[in-house]
Ligand binder design. Structure first.
Ligand SMILES: *[C@@H]1O[C@H](CO)[C@@H](O)[C@H](O)[C@H]1NC(C)=O
Ligand SMILES: *[C@@H]1O[C@H](CO)[C@@H](O)[C@H](O)[C@H]1NC(C)=O
Ligand SMILES: *[C@@H]1O[C@H](CO)[C@@H](O)[C@H](O)[C@H]1NC(C)=O
Ligand SMILES: *[C@@H]1O[C@H](CO)[C@@H](O)[C@H](O)[C@H]1NC(C)=O
Length: 434
């Protein structure tokens, strides 16, 4: 069945966001809360191994000696502010100081890792690094957009860099109001963690930033879209502030059998974690097109890095297991080269829908995008997909080069790929390889 047969109502320039908002407003949810909820589907804790990977036969990730291991720092005021991970442990970040001309520039990267939508899944998450700092690695490797090597990261290598750890299960948006107190101890402190983190970063030097870039992958990408304008407002007026969401745009689409799988998911997350209340102030009642309040009306310049065949979205939004009881998509979901022509047709339909949506953002001043046709999810924090001789390119530009062109306004940075499998530079994930 071609995707268009189960397409949502014709998208306007804001596409599914507007549509999505209407659906949600019927449920009296805010767009932001709903948006945040999308990320919840990120059941894949970490789609990339941290070890070196092979791209096109060449090992392009730098060796251990070249990479930088950066220690974990707990938020110093977390206890005082009751800003806890899901399990009550203290959240934190990894900081690598900038140097030279980058000393007054700050790049914040928020890690991803989905959401939890019910007591069972949040309680399970408490026993992982995505719900508790007890299980986090005490050091993290800074690669790709976090690398301090100019070869790997030409424009941002000498900036101050912060990798923010994610342990609240809500894209830094939950509020304690809906915490459960009858036996299950779960802390919904995402917004408090965010506020405490921002205070700390300002204190340790970010308040003097001349340039700042707020970035994040997946659930972290959605977090930065949610917090982008607030972040901008924290910094001096003349600071150059921009936001980059990597695989953080989650369309509200029906799945292949026409079920509203992802939407019902949003609903659960928003209700469980009190998010509606948390984000109302951002977007409620400002217009009759609230979807614009969320992404279209972000005032700060935004860049979207988004694969048009995002494997996480295929696995969780378009073809969730529940929509494929016969298992006819099983191989295709794991490796795009296993898709037959009918399945590819469906996936092209989802791509077309994404492009229609993004059309509405192309003329926003100082916005940019890199929409490649690869089967991948998150491309900024691995050296092999961010910037290397074999990394994915559009018009011969890597993600890193395009982001640099956008941030420094060197040239127009709207780069959109031709449909799969036209681009030989793609890195396509093989999930069946384990
Ligand atoms: C809780 O969420 C998980 C993950 O989405 C889901 O698999 C599970 O069925 C849910 N459990 C309940 C009781 O709803
Ligand atoms: C208490 O737990 C039950 C399930 O065990 C849940 O349905 C209910 O919402 C909880 N109430 C509060 C106030 O946490
Ligand atoms: C759609 O979702 C409902 C609720 O999860 C489920 O019962 C139903 O089987 C699904 N329909 C199909 C065709 O998968
Ligand atoms: C692509 O860019 C590289 C530099 O990044 C350059 O050396 C090469 O000549 C370019 N190729 C084409 C076909 O323009």
């Amino acid at each position: 069945m071609p995707a268009n047969q189960h397409r949502l109502p014709r998208f306007t320039s804001d596409g599914p966001w507007r549509w999505w908002w209407r659906q949600l407003s019927q449920r009296e949810l805010t767009i932001a809360t709903a948006a945040a909820a999308i990320v919840f589907f990120l059941l894949v804790l970490s789609p990339f191994p941290k070890t070196s990977r092979t791209f096109g036969g060449t090992n392009v990730i730098t060796s251990e000696a070249d990479s930088e291991w950066v220690p974990f720092t707990p938020l110093s005021k977390a206890q005082q502010n009751s800003a806890f991970c899901l399990d009550g442990s203290l959240p934190g970040y990894h900081l690598k100081r900038g140097f030279g001309s980058g000393s007054d520039s700050w790049l914040i990267h928020v890690e991803g890792g989905g959401w939890c939508s019910n007591i069972t899944s949040c309680s399970d998450r408490k026993k992982t690094k995505l719900g508790s700092s007890t299980y986090m690695d005490k050091q993290d490797q800074f690669l790709g957009i976090l690398s301090h090597h100019p070869v790997q990261n030409p424009d941002f290598f000498n900036w101050n860099k912060v990798k923010v750890r994610y342990c609240d299960g809500s894209s830094f948006s939950s509020r304690p109001d809906t915490e459960f107190h009858n036996g299950t101890e779960l802390f919904f402190r995402g917004q408090l963690i965010w506020d405490t983190l921002m205070d700390e970063l300002l204190t340790i030097g970010m308040s003097k930033a001349r340039q700042a870039l707020l970035t994040g992958c997946s659930a972290g990408g959605l977090a930065i879209l949610i917090h982008c304008d607030d972040f901008r407002d924290l910094l001096p007026k003349d600071t150059d502030v921009k936001c980059l969401a990597d695989a953080g745009f989650f369309p509200n689409e029906k799945d292949i059998v026409g079920n509203h799988s992802i939407e019902s998911f949003y609903h659960d997350v928003v209700h469980l974690q009190g998010i509606a209340k948390s984000l109302n102030h951002d977007c409620v009642a400002r217009s009759d097109e609230p979807s614009k309040e969320f992404i279209g009306n972000i005032k700060t310049p935004v860049f979207l890095v988004q694969p048009a065949y995002d494997f996480w979205q295929i696995e969780n939004i378009y073809v969730p297991k529940s929509s494929d009881p016969q298992g006819s998509w099983r191989k295709c979901r794991l490796n795009i080269f296993n898709c037959n022509s009918n399945q590819l047709e469906v996936l092209h339909g989802y791509r077309n829908s994404l492009l229609r949506t993004l059309d509405g953002f192309q003329n926003k001043p100082k916005w940019g995008m890199f929409i490649n046709s690869c089967f991948i999810h998150c491309q900024t924090w691995a050296a092999g997909t961010w910037h290397s001789p074999t990394s994915p390119r559009i018009n011969n530009k890597t993600v890193a080069e395009t982001v640099g062109d956008w941030y420094f306004e060197r040239e127009s940075a709207i780069r959109v790929d031709c449909p799969f499998p036209c681009n030989p530079t793609c890195y396509n994930k093989d999930l069946s390889a384990g």
